[in-house]
Design a protein around this ligand. Structure first.
Ligand SMILES: *Cc1c(COP(=O)(O)O)cnc(C)c1O
Length: 464
């Protein structure tokens, strides 16, 4: 018998199921252990990562061995973001049934550029778009692009705005770029997310030439200090301040922008989901009158990474701003996903978004959002009862715990991380160092909140 070539060995043969069975065993082991595991890995697990410091092998390696190495040294060095005591970054967990769906779709390895490269992805993107527009109460004529996160979604929304405003001024920005272009104004809140400034930078609009609108003590744009707007303006608002969770007064400001003819973009990375809840939709009141929105799946909605969505009321501007052309591109009658995103080749991330929306249903989504907020209220109340100072009005899923000094803050945060009990980030809020607590996982329980509060009490003891 002749030795098989490497290619021949790679085809799936009878018996190779073992590898997938092994992956399944490892994955289930991981998932079963995750809820009780430490949140941040212990030192020993981090040290184990040195196992990956090896030279690129000269010869083909056994797949089972590659998988074993990843599980043995990779799995313990993860942060337990899918469980209930990860409170960092406003980023959410992932539902096990959706992870199962993702497994199947991973095996498809679809190219989500065009309908002709993946009819099923095209269909699921169209379904997600329709469902999202219905959930948010946006006109069915809006179009959505499925991108990696809100950073990219904001970039897309602002690119559409730039194209729109410059076209209206008689300038073809795609052909001529910005050199010599008629200027337009960019008005943004002083507490806008760093990714808004990044998008402005990438688009050649400059992060320092903006008109900054002062904010109130919760980080909301102060409508009384909004400059006079005109049609030659891009106004960027925020639904959900990444620290305090506060919302700009959207209705009041957007109505003034509408009257002036400005383009309004809303960064609603995690906060736009307030719009689906009867209890919290007052926070986003009026947002539907904007021109474009960015929102994440992987934060409040708890889809797996990575999942961001740009929604735009003027599809022709979005498509024109992001479009490339090539004679080999075969556009179809159906939705071609790449039209609404900067990328050409993309993974089929709509699968997980579709599955999350369907597994939850409207009621499940509302319960998810309201549950995250209720846990945050509960956390704040328990912390106050133990003498902690919560610096923000807890309006959504963010609570800011004041520290005595920046040193105490970072010591406490490190203590929390090292205890393995919970994971939190730090920030500066109104000149006070704070530990930032975001409840963003479907898996968080009342018991998890109690454990986190206990961990804070111990951290305060240890870091006096
Ligand atoms: C997280 C966040 C972003 C960035 O989103 P990514 O999905 O991480 O790219 C932008 N704006 C706000 C308000 C956020 O909370």
């Amino acid at each position: 018998m002749t030795e098989k070539t490497l290619q021949e060995k790679m085809f799936l043969a009878a018996g190779d199921e073992k590898l997938f069975e092994q992956a399944k065993t490892y994955a289930l082991q991981y998932m079963h252990g995750i809820y009780e595991r430490r949140v941040f890995p212990e030192a020993q697990a981090l040290a184990g990562l040195s196992q990956f410091d090896e030279d690129l092998p000269q010869n083909a390696q056994d797949g089972a061995e590659v998988l074993r190495q990843l599980h043995q040294y990779g799995s313990p060095a993860t942060v337990a973001t899918t469980a209930g005591r990860y409170f960092g970054m406003v980023t959410g967990s992932a539902y096990p049934p959706v992870l199962a769906v993702k497994w199947l779709a991973d095996v498809w390895d679809q190219l989500a550029a065009l309908t002709v490269t993946s009819p099923v992805t095209s269909k699921l993107e169209a379904v997600c778009e329709k469902w999202l527009l219905e959930l948010f109460g946006l006109p069915s004529t809006c179009r959505a692009g499925f991108v990696s996160g809100t950073s990219m979604a904001t970039f897309c929304g602002l690119a559409a705005a730039r194209y729109h405003l410059l076209t209206r001024a008689g300038w073809d920005v795609n052909a001529q770029g910005l050199f010599g272009a008629p200027p337009f104004r960019v008005v943004v809140g002083a507490e806008a997310h760093s990714t808004v400034f990044k998008a402005l930078t990438l688009l050649g609009l400059g992060k320092d030439r903006v008109e900054l609108v002062p904010v109130d003590e919760q980080g909301r744009m102060d409508a009384t200090r909004l400059p006079e707007l005109d049609a030659n303006t891009l106004l960027i608002l925020q639904a959900g301040n990444v620290n305090s969770g506060s919302f700009d007064p959207l209705r009041e400001i957007i109505s003034r922008a509408r009257a002036a003819g400005a383009w309004v973009h809303v960064d609603g990375a995690f906060g736009l989901w307030a719009a689906v809840s009867p209890q919290y939709q007052h926070l986003t009141d009026g947002f539907q009158d904007a021109d474009s929105w960015s929102v994440d799946g992987h934060k409040t909605l708890n889809t797996p990474y990575d999942s961001g969505i740009v929604i735009c009321k003027h599809p022709e501007d979005l498509v024109a701003a992001l479009q490339i052309s090539g004679s080999y591109i075969l556009y179809g009658e159906q939705r071609d996903g790449m039209l609404y995103t900067p990328e050409m080749s993309r993974r089929n991330r709509a699968v997980e978004l579709w599955a999350t929306l369907k597994v939850l249903g409207r009621e499940g989504i509302v319960n998810l959002v309201e549950g995250l907020c209720a846990h945050t209220q509960d956390f704040a109340a328990q912390m106050r009862a133990r003498g902690f100072n919560i610096k923000n009005e807890v309006v959504f899923n963010q609570a800011l715990v004041a520290c005595d000094s920046p040193e105490q803050c970072s010591a406490m945060q490190q203590f929390l991380q090292q205890s393995g009990e919970c994971w939190c980030g730090t920030a500066r809020w109104r000149d006070t160092p704070v530990i930032r607590f975001s409840v963003c996982s479907w898996a968080t329980t009342a018991a998890d909140i109690e454990r986190a509060v206990q961990a804070f009490v111990q951290a305060r003891e240890a870091c006096r």
